[in-house]
Design a protein around this ligand. Sequence first.
Ligand code: UDP
Ligand code: MG
Length: 138
Amino acid sequence: MASETTLVLVKPDGVRRALCGEIVSRFERRGYELRGVRLLKVSRALSREHYAEHVERPFFGELVTFITSGPVLALAVRGENAILGVRSMIGATHPADSAPGTIRGDFATLLSENIVHGSDSKASAKRELSLFFPDGLL
Ligand code: UDP
Ligand code: MG
């Protein structure tokens, strides 16, 4: 047994397109548990911290502009091997490569507007959860 908690963000495009319920439902139906939920507008400072690994990349400015363009739904999702399991449900980063049945494969066509974020490792999950749920989880 390796129960893990991971951070999911329904990004501004997913919130604008009213996909929050659909996305939460997919994780719940699989058997994951919601441990934290927050709807918030991400500040530029928080977005820069969250995406710190990409600060030198050419798309960083657009990424910050996009993720701060409207509210995001932050979810702390827990379950057996949840970090990898959630990533596989989200699908490949570029929607052109995302398999049908994944969130990006079903709802996205653009790399810059690919609906969801999911932590990619234990270290990322710990770091990202502390950014979006600074008071800790229940
Ligand atoms: N991204 C982008 N252009 C690129 C690569 C990534 O706009 O050339 C965006 C994309 O929306 C992605 C996010 O930056 O989801 C973070 O990139 P990462 O490689 O961490 O992908 P993810 O972990 O989200 O699959
Ligand atoms: Mg990533």
